[in-house]
Design a protein around this ligand. Structure first.
Ligand SMILES: [Zn+2]
Length: 486
């Protein structure tokens, strides 16, 4: 049993009597929520709030999502939230919010951790020192679209929960309906200025992703994170009329394959062909087939990496082939994209498969698996210049310096020293190579497209919408044999 009865009296005198006459029984509800057996019985007997607690959904639908806002290293030790309409404390339960203690008189609440328990203060007065697991605080007007603000920063629909996590920190989770969650996703993922039918396709696919990946972060106590790892979510501040209209215009509509809910996947640009799921990840899904993509806008990319840089990337992932001598594509998949990349070094060879190639070497460097290899021109190396007093390093990856007198004059450079390379080359130039293998001091990866390649390419969805296709036609182009329905 923890120290709450004494605090209960403090709450009653400090909050209830001083404000709107809430009785101390309200606190008893909090204890019931916290799961303390002895208090639960008392609460049930005495507290009308606990006895009459009802599930309520802030939006139509009933599907709720737990979005991790701050967790792990970013989890705060304490935080304050704001709502102009006041608050209601309760719990996340059975796909809805179970109302507990109303606190309409308070516009700010502070949460902190003490001894592994979440404490709640209302403008300095302790409301509960064990706001238990599954706790949730909603704005008092949540049923009519009220917002809660986190730390004078972002506003959120739905409610926030604060679970005590390791190191006396709070895992902050936004608990809200799936539809309200999507309001905060679509612009971040596609941009509100995209055509409506593309935004609607994005909404359906994102909704299907959220439904199919609930619990992805279950070990951390929530469903989805706010980054590209899951889907980018910016809360109320990320909403636009256009993207909300796309969500509302497809309310509850998701993807199904042979009667089963299907997860939605998407990415930026296909480079002309999308991918079979098993050619990127491990699982084969019949509705995630690679298709020729005639709507893909050109998206060419090139990445020149020194062998030293490649080796460092491999080492970061626990692989080290020694000094790298060559890189080769040992297998391509049926769609022509890279399946296996072999990196040979002085101490052996490292083989990377499918999407592992991007996760190990950098998914923003190797933008897609649709690439070829070429020898880099001789690697640019560090260049130092001096005016005789100061010496500085030129901060550029690629550069060219002319030996001509005209070029030298305006630089006022008295001395330049080149480290590591005996000569310099044209920036970004590519030397000889077959496209399938490369060697030398640097390797040039040249490709098309951006992203994992599975499911709907967003650039193509936008292009199809511009050409007059509906969101259902867009989805049917990139997902095989799917039903699009509520
Ligand atoms: Zn995630």
């Amino acid at each position: 049993m923890r120290r709450t009865v004494r605090r209960a009296a403090g709450f009653a005198s400090g909050v209830a009597q001083g404000r709107r006459g809430r009785s101390a029984l309200a606190l008893a509800f909090c204890r019931a929520v916290a799961g303390c057996a002895a208090i639960v019985a008392v609460a049930a007997a005495l507290c009308p709030l606990a006895a009459s607690a009802t599930s309520a959904a802030p939006e139509e639908g009933g599907d709720f999502v737990r979005v991790g806002l701050y967790y792990g290293e970013k989890a705060p030790a304490s935080c304050t939230v704001y709502s102009e309409s006041g608050f209601i404390l309760g719990v996340m339960a059975n796909g809805g919010f179970q109302e507990g203690m109303p606190l309409p008189a308070y516009t700010q609440l502070t949460f902190s951790v003490n001894g592994g328990y979440t404490a709640v203060h209302a403008e300095g007065v302790l409301v509960s020192d064990d706001f238990g697991g599954g706790n949730c605080v909603m704005p008092y007007d949540y049923a009519s679209g009220g917002l809660v603000q986190y730390e004078k920063g972002a506003f959120y629909r739905g409610g926030l929960s604060f679970a005590a996590s390791t190191g006396n920190r709070l895992t902050v989770v936004n608990y809200l309906s799936a539809e309200a969650y999507l309001y905060g996703v679509i612009d971040a993922e596609m941009g509100y200025k995209s055509p409506l039918e593309a935004l609607k396709a994005q909404a359906v696919v994102a909704r299907s992703f959220a439904a199919g990946n609930a619990g992805l972060h279950g070990d951390d106590g929530f469903d989805l994170c706010t980054t590209t790892h899951c889907q980018v979510y910016r809360g109320y501040g990320g909403e636009h009329a256009e993207t909300n209209a796309a969500v509302d215009g497809t309310a509850g509509i998701k993807l199904y394959h042979q009667g089963q809910a299907a997860s939605g996947y998407y990415f930026k640009n296909s480079g002309g062909h999308t991918q079979n799921s098993e050619d990127v990840w491990n699982g084969k899904e019949a509705y995630l087939r690679g298709v020729r993509d005639e709507y893909a806008p050109e998206y060419a990319w090139s990445w020149t990496a020194s062998t030293r840089e490649l080796r460092a990337k491999l080492a970061e992932s626990g692989r080290d082939p020694g000094e790298i001598r060559s890189v080769s594509i040992s297998a391509r998949n049926v769609n022509g994209s890279v399946r296996t990349l072999k990196i040979s070094g002085a101490a052996g060879a490292v083989t990377l498969e499918k999407e592992q190639i991007r996760t190990v070497l950098g998914a923003t460097a190797i933008k897609s698996l649709r690439f070829t290899l070429n020898d880099g021109a001789q690697a640019p190396s560090d260049v130092y210049v001096t005016d005789g007093t100061f010496t500085g390093k030129i901060q550029a990856e690629a550069f060219a310096v002319s030996a001509g007198a005209d070029a030298a004059r305006p630089l006022l450079v008295k001395d330049a020293r080149f480290q590591g390379a005996s000569a310099l080359s044209e920036p970004g130039g590519a030397g000889a190579g077959t496209g399938e293998s490369a060697s030398g001091e640097s390797i040039v990866f040249s490709g098309n497209g951006y992203g994992h390649g599975v499911g709907m390419p967003q650039d193509s969805a936008i292009e199809m919408a511009k050409q007059g296709f509906t969101y259902a036609e867009i989805i049917n182009k990139y997902f095989t044999d799917v039903e699009i329905r509520q």
